[in-house]
Design a protein around this ligand. Sequence first.
Ligand SMILES: Nc1nc2c(ncn2[C@@H]2O[C@H](COP(=O)(O)OP(=O)(O)OP(=O)(O)O)[C@@H](O)[C@H]2O)c(=O)[nH]1
Length: 259
Amino acid sequence: MKSDIKALEQRVLSALSDNQNLEHPLYDVLNELWQYNQSQWARIEQMIRVSDSYQDMIIQREKTLGERFDKHLRQLEKITRISDRYQTALREANLELEQASYMDALTGLPNRRKMLRRLKTEYEMRPESLCLAMIDIDHFKQINDEFGHLIGDDVLVSVGNLIEHTVGELGHIARWGGEEFLVIFSQVEEQEVERCLEQLTRVIRDARFDSGDDVRIRTSISVGKSHYQQGDTIDSLITRADNALYRAKNTGRDRVVFD
Ligand SMILES: Nc1nc2c(ncn2[C@@H]2O[C@H](COP(=O)(O)OP(=O)(O)OP(=O)(O)O)[C@@H](O)[C@H]2O)c(=O)[nH]1
C-alpha cells in the first residue's frame, strides 16, 4: 500500500514537471493540491520531531528525578541508621545513669536513695513484717587517722562486703552514709534476724583487714535493730533503729541492741 502511494506520488510529480501539461485544465488544481499535500507532510514531520524531542525531555526528566529520589532515599536510610544508633546509645547512657544514681560509688552497694525506695515498696506491701538494722563501724575515725583515708576506704568496702555476704538472702543491704550501713529484713522470723545480726558482729570482730604493711587492722560494729510496731511509719522505724544504735554505742559498742 505504501509503495502504491510512492508510485502515485512519482506519477503526479512527473506529470507536474512535464511542460506539455502546463496548459492542461487540471494542471493548476493538481499543482495546488500537490503543494498543499507537501506542506501537510512537512507539518506532520515537524510535529513528529517536536513529539520525539518532548518524549526525550520527559525520559531525561524522569531519569533525573529517579536519581534524585534514590539519592534522597539513601540519605534518609543513612540518617535513620544514625538515629537508631543514637537512640540505642542514649538508652544505654540513661540506664547507666539511672543505675549510677542508685549505687554507692565506693562500695558498689545500693545507696540511701535506692534503699528508701525499697523501704517504701516493702512498707506499702507488708509493713508488719519489716525489720531494720542500722550498722555503724566503731571508732572508724581512728582507722582513718592511723592508716589514712585510702586504707579507711578499703576497710569500709571490706566491711560492706562482709555484711552483704553474711546477711545473704535474708535481707537487703545499702550504704546509708559515711561508715553506716542499713539492712532491711522482710518476712524473716525475728529470732533469725537476731541470730544473723549476732553472727555479723562476730564476723567483723574476727576479721583482719589489710593496712598496706605488716599491721592487720581490727574493728567492730555496733548495730541497732527496730521491728515494726503498730502505727510505725518509715521514719519512726528508722529513728527507732538509730536510737537502738545509739544505745549500742553508749553501752560499749561491738554489740546488737534490739528495740
Ligand atoms: N575513709 C573514709 N572515711 C569516711 C568515709 N565516710 C565517713 N568517713 C569517716 O568516718 C569517720 C566517722 O567518725 P565518727 O562519726 O567520729 O565516728 P567513729 O570514729 O566511727 O566513732 P563511733 O561511731 O562513735 O564509734 C570520720 O572520720 C569520717 O571522715 C569514707 O567514705 N571513707
